[in-house]
Structure formats: structure tokens, C-alpha cells
Write a protein that binds this ligand. Sequence first.
Ligand code: TXA
Ligand code: MG
Length: 315
Amino acid sequence: MKMNLANIKKAKKLLYKKECIAIPTETVYGLAGNAYSDQACQKIYKLKKRPKNNPLIVHYLNAKRLKKDCYLNDDFIKLYKKFCPGPITFILKLKRFSKISRVITNKKSTLAVRFPRHSVTRKLLRILEFPLAAPSANPSSRISAVTSADVKEDFGKKIKYVLEGGKSSFGIESTIVDLINKPQVLRLGGLNVSSIRKTLRKKISINNKPSKISSPGQFKVHYSPGLPIRLNAKNIRKDEAYILIRKKKINKSNYFFLSKKGNLKEAAKNLYTTLRKIKKKKFSSIAVSKIPDRGYGKTINDRLLRASRFNEKIT
Ligand code: TXA
Ligand code: MG
């Protein structure tokens, strides 16, 4: 991705004016604003139509800058050294006198933080004097955006600027790990849980289906293309789109392959793009073949399960 400095300067200018813009990250695009400004953060909630009780992830250049706002513990330091910048989000304890806008934290004493790896956004963060609050750049409960065109499709003129960064290399959101007490994973994502376990050498529970929602990425309905989805499907109807994990010899116009050879990381990367493609083609519903429930397959299954519940009411 060629770096365009004029674009980064334009993004900077708008962010200093407390505007909300879209930024590229290696996971998905984010809807970003100054995390120290109530006004900028309010704009993010409004644009995304996001419930006010759903806190935002704050994006930092590095741990040195984060120290002003959060307490860094040993588990954090181990994971940070190994995986950052990269597709992992940490829940940490917020410092009482941090400048983080209370619009984001909504009376919580914790903060979700992340260090994106994307070179364009790192360049931007480097020249800002504040971190960026940025939820995924999609209307609440819909599919995340992995290209600037996806963002423009969803928000049109409502968004002031989309900073170009090409297609997100992971194409799926970050893994969220709560490090407040015993480490637990709240959302599966771009970094496999086994890598976190190996680094911390600790048991790590996966708590992405809690009775009490602490992370609304855990909301039952999410990532929805707005069509019914049937999982583990074997018999496909003619008017249905069929998602397969691996390319087949027979290629029908309603078949969509997530990967050539069944590589789960590649499949995760192509998931949202495929769902968007299907949505545009006016199928009546989506059938998905069985996807192995291991590694990135677990993340894909998690997203598809939530997307398949689009008829249910969001609570
Ligand atoms: O890859 C990503 O994480 C992308 C890119 C743009 O960084 N961002 C993203 O943000 O997916 P969002 O807002 O769509 O998802 C963040 C999740 C939400 O489910 C939110 O509830 C949860 O993080 N979260 C934020 N603050 C939290 C906190 N203090 N405790 C628990 N969960 C939190
Ligand atoms: Mg999201």
C-alpha cells in the first residue's frame, strides 16, 4: 500500500476539528474520532447508531502513550511484546485521571485498547496528540467493512472522509482479551486463542456467550448481512447462495468459496466480502457448508452464528 501523506494530513486536520472519519486497520476499517473529546465520540455513536452502553475501543500508537490512560499489568506486557502492533484488543483498568472521554467508557472503570498494525493508521497515530476511539466502520449490528468502498457503501455522504488503506489484511475483527482479573477472551478474532495461551502459559477461558453482556460484540445478533442464514447446510435451494470453505470442481453461479484450498485464515479474511457480495445479488437466503470448528474456523463460526440470528430481536 503506497502511503499518501496528503491523505494522512487531511485526516489529521479533520480529527483535530473533532470530526469523525474512517481509518484502515489490518482487521477491519474503523470509524475514528479523538478519544479525548466528548464531542468527537458522540459523533461516532450517532453515525453508527450504536447503543450508548456499548463502549468503544481506543487505538494507540504504542504502550508508552497508553500508560497515561491505563494501568499496564504483566499479562499485558507479555502479550504486547509478542503480538503488538496486531489484531488483539486488551481490556485494562482505566486511570482515574485519564483524559479518555466519559462518553466512551459510560461509567465503566475499564478501557478496551488496541495497537493497529496498518502502516497508514500508524503514521496517522504518530502525528496525533490523542488516541483514536474507533469501533468497526459499519452501522450497528451489520457486517464490518474491509475496504474503503464498503465504508462508503454503508455511510455515503454522512461520513466526512475515508482514509484509504486498501483491503484489510486480516478481514476479521481483533481478538478481545480481558486482563482485569484472570485473562479471558471476550471475542474470538484475528489472533488465535492458542497463541495467547502459549504466551501467557495460563488457562484462558473463552467467555463470548455470557448471560450478562460485558462486550456487546457478544450480542447475539451481529455481523448480519440482512438475510436468513442456515448453518451446516447440505441441501441447497436454487434461490439460495451457498458458502463453501473450499473451492470445488463444480462451480455454480450461486456457489461462493471462502478459500481455494480450505485455508481457514484465508477463509476468515474473505468472509465479510463474500457476505456483502451475496447481499448485492438478491438471493433469498444463505446456506453455509460445515466449517471446521478449530483455529480461525472458530472465529468464522462465531460470526456466522450471530449473523444467522438476524430475525431475532437485538437485546
Ligand atoms: O478489530 C477491531 O477490534 C476493530 C478495529 C476497527 O479496531 N474494532 C472493533 O470495534 O471491532 P467494535 O466497537 O466493533 O467492537 C469492539 C467490542 C465491542 O463489542 C465492545 O462492546 C467491546 O469491544 N468493548 C469495548 N470496551 C469494552 C470494555 N471496557 N469491556 C468489555 N468490552 C468492551
Ligand atoms: Mg463491530
